[in-house]
Write a protein that binds this ligand. Structure first.
Ligand code: F6P
Length: 369
């Protein structure tokens, strides 16, 4: 039973996350074991939309040999992009203006022309929204949930998140001793977009004293009070974790670059603001560390590697079973499939009553409220 499938393609889209290569490896091997051919699309869908950029082929054959030894490597051998969403692709018009154009028909046509029977789309909410649109246009599509931010709904977790949290926790472990030696406040800004998952999990695991996340608008006076309270009992240093999307109760989130044609707004800068303000309020020497893209690099943890391999193999099984328009999800202890339309365009924020957050409160961590 292969439901008429002989040739499938894989695309990786959005920001890279550790585990992408493990998904690709699992898809290629599971497909080869069914005598299906597998193809990789370069840089999201750019390999299809801009074939002229890829003299060696924007859509190229992925053999078993090509994916040998890549499961533990960060990044993606296909390349990726978080610019130029094909649903609203920025195109220069003859009059010089830029208009957003839906180019998904070109992708569907390319699949027909190249006799590709199905797509495995590996990505976050943006990529899965595109995948859902392609499915609605008749393409057979299975999605795989990727993002370090863990902000995708309907899956226990995304691959990439555990690696980001592990690295962030190690960074916090290292910062305790230098902060304590200098009696400083160190503010650590972490990625995560509009959700506080990375900051919350690593902040608790790494024993931060305050954690500021987008889900809880913060009052800096509360953080300063925490720093002072620690000083009063002889704990002369503090670590403050700030998610890049965290917002002061009376302000807005910090933006490095406004949204433009074909790309979302770029968050960042809140750590610097929190550090400067805390220094002013408390009079303590304060430093800021921005973990930024370091959170996206490196080898996937064994948890992420295994999740990625399971997702990739499950995507191939889904196609074999005739499924389409679904995302593979982690529903511990197994994987299951959820309709893409239940995932596309929805963000999973940290629930205010989740036990991880309550654990932080029980441990006396300040959340700025
Ligand atoms: O979604 C992953 C992510 O790393 C976010 O945490 C962050 O806001 C964004 O991507 C950064 O994107 P870029 O790679 O364009 O700087």
């Amino acid at each position: 039973m292969s439901n008429g499938i002989r040739r499938i393609a894989i695309s990786t889209g959005g920001g890279d996350a550790p585990g992408l290569n493990a998904v690709i490896r699992a898809v290629v091997i599971a497909a080869s074991n069914r005598d299906w051919e597998c193809y990789g699309i370069r840089d999201g869908y750019n390999g299809i939309l801009f074939p002229e950029r890829y003299p060696e082929g924007g859509v190229f054959r992925l053999t078993r040999d090509r994916v040998r030894g890549i499961g533990h490597l960060g990044g993606t051998i296909l390349g990726t992009t978080n610019k130029g969403n094909p649903l609203c692709f920025p195109m220069k018009m003859p009059d010089g203006s830029v208009r957003e154009v839906d180019r998904t028909d070109e992708i569907v046509e390319c699949f027909a022309r190249k006799e590709l029977d199905a797509l495995v789309s590996v990505g976050g909410d943006g990529s899965l929204t595109i995948a859902n649109a392609l499915h609605q246009k008749g393409l057979r599509v299975v999605g795989v949930p990727k993002t370090i931010d863990n902000d995708l709904d309907k899956t226990y977790t995304t691959f990439g998140f555990d690696t980001a949290v592990s690295f962030a926790t190690e960074c916090l472990d290292r910062l305790h001793s230098t902060a304590e030696s200098h009696q400083r406040v160190i503010v650590v800004e972490m990625m995560g977009r509009y959700a506080g998952w990375i900051a919350l999990h690593s902040g608790i695991a790494g024993s931060a004293h305050a954690i500021l996340i987008p889900e809880i608008p913060f009052d800096l006076e509360q953080v300063a009070a925490k720093v002072r309270a620690r000083d009063q009992v002889g704990r002369m240093y503090s670590l403050v974790v700030v998610a890049e999307g965290a917002t002061p109760a009376n302000g807005r989130h910090a933006v490095l670059e406004q949204a433009g044609a074909g790309h979302a707004e770029r968050l960042g800068g809140i750590g610097e603001w929190v550090a400067k303000s805390l220094q002013e309020i408390t009079g303590k020497d304060t430093r800021v560390v921005v973990l930024g893209h370091l959170l996206r690099g490196g080898s996937p943890t064994s948890f992420d590697r295994l999740a990625a391999l399971r997702f990739g193999a499950a995507a191939v099984r889904a196609l074999e079973e005739g499924r389409s328009g679904v995302m593979v999800a982690l529903a511990l202890p197994n994987v299951n499939y959820v309709p893409l339309e239940e995932v596309a365009g929805r963000m999973k924020a940290v629930p205010l009553d989740c036990d991880t957050l309550l654990t932080g409160r029980d441990l006396g961590i300040c959340f700025g409220d």
